[in-house]
Design a protein around this ligand. Structure first.
Ligand code: ADE
Length: 236
């Protein structure tokens, strides 16, 4: 049964899914990282491919930008396609002074200004938390990968262009590693559907360190360590 946003048939998508934000990055992962990947859906330019990684069936599908977009694809994958685990492989802006451009951030938890934390249970602010088993596997894989890896909280913002510097300052004070726009939504969808999720992020720019941003071309190619870590987390 196809959904409004996915024309794949049940069984066309593997239980383990890599989810970058950018559809072009999804195509590059299908071509260069998965083996024998086949295109199974392409609604609105959001391609989904299924192949294998080290012999294990694995799919890749982009989320688009922001929690609103990601939540559509992630919910449909979990609810209608039997997907068990989704690993976001994306970029984040560095917040913590301990984090540098090109480092890897594994998001154990995600703060957010999005309603996914406050709307489902009135009066409660829910914790947006990664799958422990995926997180543990990612930490183990990151030690082997040689990438400088940080494990902790990120901020999933609904706004790329922020007008409130005090928010950034407050997040840095409480030790937030980076800012991006999707992880909390993914963790919320996994929680709602009783499934698992993790976000493995490459630091593409830094909000308080000057002159270190990656170009768009570098962003596309400089995250192979994050991909290896993500695939290890999915298959753990
Ligand atoms: N993704 C990568 N860099 C980001 C930033 N500075 N803000 C939000 N999302 C990002």
């Amino acid at each position: 049964m196809a959904t409004p946003h996915n024309t794949a048939e049940p069984g066309d998508i593997a239980p383990l899914v890599l989810m970058p934000g950018d559809p072009r990055r999804a195509a590059r992962i299908a071509e260069g990282f998965l083996t024998d990947a086949t295109l199974v859906s392409e609604v609105r330019g959001i391609g989904a491919w299924t192949g294998t990684w080290n012999g294990t069936p694995m799919s890749v599908m982009a989320s688009g930008m922001g929690i609103a977009s990601l939540s559509i694809y992630a919910t449909e994958l979990y609810r209608f396609y039997g997907v068990q685990r989704i690993c976001r492989v994306g970029t984040c802006g560095g917040l913590s002074p301990d984090v540098d451009v090109r480092d890897v951030v594994v998001a154990a938890s995600a703060h957010t200004n999005n309603g996914c934390a406050s709307l489902p249970v009135p009066g409660a602010s829910l914790s947006m938390t990664a799958s422990f088993d995926m997180l543990r596997a990612a930490v183990d894989a990151s030690r082997a990968s040689g990438a400088t890896t940080h494990v902790g909280s990120v901020f999933s913002s609904d706004f790329f262009y922020t007008t409130r510097p005090e928010v950034t300052e407050g997040l840095i004070k409480v030790g937030t590693l980076g800012v991006e726009m999707e992880a909390a939504g993914l963790y919320g969808c996994a929680m709602a559907e009783g499934k698992e999720a993790l976000a493995v992020l490459t630091v593409s720019d830094h909000l308080t360190k000057d002159g270190t941003d990656m170009s768009a071309a570098q962003r596309e190619t400089s995250f192979s360590s994050a991909l290896e870590i993500a695939a290890a987390a999915l298959t753990a």
